[in-house]
Write a protein that binds this ligand. Sequence first.
Ligand code: ADP
Ligand code: CA
Length: 425
Amino acid sequence: MMDFEVECKRILFLMTPATYRSGAFLNAAQRLGLEVVVGIDLPETLSDYWHVPLGLDFSQVEASIQTIIDFAQTHPFMAILSLDDSASELAARASVALGLAHNSPHASEAARDKLLMRRLMSAGGAPCPIFREFWLHADPVEMARQVSFPCVLKPRRLSGSRGVIRADTVPEFVSAFHRLKRLLINEGYSENETSFLVEDFIPGFEVALEGLLTHGELKVLTLFDKPDPLDGPFFEETIYVTPSRLSGEMQQAIAQCVATAARSLGLREGPVHAELRVNDQGPWMLEIAGRSIGGLCSTVLEFGSGICLEELILRHALGEDLASVERDGGAAGVMMIPIPKAGILRSVHGIEEAQAVPFITGIEITARLHNQLVPLPEGASYLGFIFARGETPEAVEEAIRQAHQHLHFEIRREIPLLNRSLPAV
Ligand code: ADP
Ligand code: CA
């Protein structure tokens, strides 16, 4: 079933220069003998300068679609895959134009815009929190009168928990509002035209599901528990461990919930990464994205004999039947190491000790020395990743915690130069 003819098969990857995920996809494509064309989000001048064959400007969707269509006349693609959320609609629309199987542009849009997602999910019967839309130009005290506490303020189109802030009281709401507003304006959103979401806070345990959709059918690839409490006010991703320690019955209910959510958005093809909360009332949808897990997290997953998640996604995009693929036995986990405070990263210690902890399979420090670190809710990156594999989820979780204890990050606040008095001459 895993047979794969090695003939020239061309695939288009859409990516931004900043993506963490290109390495894994490019390696997988190479293993499969695919010819890869990279459509990269760059200003035209730079793509000419660097001889990028397919330089695209993701913000110019119509022009980018035309560039892809023109290129495909002489170099036809079997599939188009967006490695970043920012190109998922472009991938969908270019696929429609070229007659390739893909999620519809509307579904891709819904998986990116949390307001549209909530509307469609609640209409489609997926359990999700009560939500309201508010505008950046409106009065936060007035808003606070209309919501119930605790609640969560949330931007529509950011990711990685950026700008997601819990508020328990009116003053907390007002300060969270100002913080979110500042962040969105810094990101280039206009005060008058931007809305955001306020949702009821759903207490409970959080999980993440990796799945593949084929003609609308969901195949669960793996379910991760997030064993650290995520109660706010900010929500840093930390530890993911699979297999889940939840009951089989609850795992079934979670899969059902994700299938309903995917159906309500119209997601039908390719990878999904869904996040849910679980409490006495069962599973609740937080979000569903039409892509695989972010960062370097997928490294811990293996399917069949040494097949990685990215290879599975590529095989799926090329139309292979993957119904019987299962994740390899054993437990696996990853920690996205959160940034504890703002400042300049001066040094990192303890990597060897952390690496020596049993079951730890790797430590990647992705933050650069001497660069400014920005924690949540404004920041968009991690210090790095800790990976582990072992017999049981308990052992993997414990190993990750121990390894994290060994790591020391020296982060110094910048002293503004202007405040230093100059010596008298
Ligand atoms: P993002 O796309 O930025 O990751 P999410 O909607 O996934 O946005 O929210 C990020 C995190 O914030 C979630 O993983 C969860 O921990 C927390 N969160 C978001 N919405 C809620 C909610 N309604 N109730 C409780 N926690 C929430
Ligand atoms: Ca999320």
